[in-house]
Design a protein around this ligand. Structure first.
Ligand SMILES: [Zn+2]
Length: 317
């Protein structure tokens, strides 16, 4: 991890133990500079990669990453923690939902990225270099500007049983109520898992808002995981979560107005109506039904909806 960062440090100096190094990681071939804090602990231990703001409109996770970067004391750390806060600063400043401003791509759908690709693909490629050098990867997300959600955690099943089990166990340590398995191969955690790095993608906060209470909860949850990994001192608290087999995302097939028929955390049955899209004259264009029994993990709250946008996600038991 230090070797990789070294290539990006403007100063050219190597971080010493019990130090904090801050600056920007330039993404090769782009104008993007990712703010980072590298915490080199006083004692040896695991290499942790912690990212917030892969999506620019998810504020609690971004503020959580910023505050953790400020407050974690290297004297208390065993190992190293690279925090990127946020990964997608231009999407953040442009207040964009899902997508990046330079290529219109969803950064969390282009992993592991490409060295000579579009801007989002190059960011993913850079982050993936750090993923490969890390022992554990925490990717902090939340509901986007137009999404409501109940806190949940996604882990990847792609890295083989051992990596998947480590990821699943660590996911529960956040203390969020639901833990969901994923087989997506173009997201951040899928790429990490396939490189042999366990981790998870956490979801907390929603609808373009943030408050210190949520950030405190997020920080406590992350620190609990870091304690379990031996990176922070103290004993990790155990939590019980409901494990869900997978997440089914329903996407819009029409542009127009979205009217959900279900509520967050509602338990739905296969075939139950999730909502409908109407045109600007109030005519129903499409109805969406649950493909399985499950629980509503997130729901789009904006009236506006575009074809291909997610409208609702169900965690399947
Ligand atoms: Zn996200």
């Amino acid at each position: 991890m230090i070797d990789l960062l070294q290539a990006h440090f403007a100063t050219g100096s190597t971080p010493s133990p019990n130090s904090k190094t801050r600056g920007f990681i330039p993404v090769s071939g782009t104008r993007v500079n990712m703010p980072f804090t590298f915490i080199h602990g006083a004692a040896p231990g695991k290499a942790i990669l912690l990212t917030g703001g892969v999506h620019g409109g998810e504020y609690p996770c971004i503020e959580t990453a910023i505050q953790l970067a400020n407050t974690i004391d290297p004297a208390e750390v065993s190992g190293t923690i690279l925090i990127i806060h946020p990964v997608n600063p231009d999407a953040f400043l442009a207040r964009m939902q899902y997508y990046g401003p330079f290529d219109g791509k969803n950064l969390n759908r282009v992993f592991p990225g490409k060295a000579t690709g579009t801007v989002s693909e190059r960011i993913a490629y850079q982050v993936h270099q750090f993923q490969q050098a890390a022992d554990f990867f925490l990717d902090l997300h939340g509901g986007d500007i137009h999404e409501a959600l109940v806190p949940f955690v996604i882990y990847s099943k792609l890295g083989g049983p051992e990596v998947a089990e480590q990821s699943r166990m660590a996911s529960a340590l956040l203390g969020f109520p639901y833990v969901v398995g994923s087989v997506s191969d173009n997201g951040s955690i899928g790429a990490a898992a396939q490189a042999g790095t366990p981790g998870f993608l956490a979801e907390l906060g929603q609808c373009g808002r943030w408050n210190q209470g949520e950030v405190d909860q997020y920080k406590d949850s992350v620190c609990n995981v870091l304690r379990a990994l031996g990176v922070l001192p103290g004993t990790a608290q155990q939590h019980s979560a409901e494990y869900l087999e997978k997440m089914l995302v329903t996407t819009a097939t029409e542009d127009g107005c979205w009217y959900p028929s279900v509520a967050l955390e509602e338990r739905v049955q296969k075939g139950q109506k999730l909502g409908e899209i109407r045109d600007f004259f109030g005519t129903v264009k499409a109805e969406y039904l649950a493909d399985s029994d499950g629980i509503v993990l997130y729901l789009v709250t904006s009236l506006a909806i575009l074809t291909q946008d997610p409208v609702c996600a169900i965690g399947v038991f």
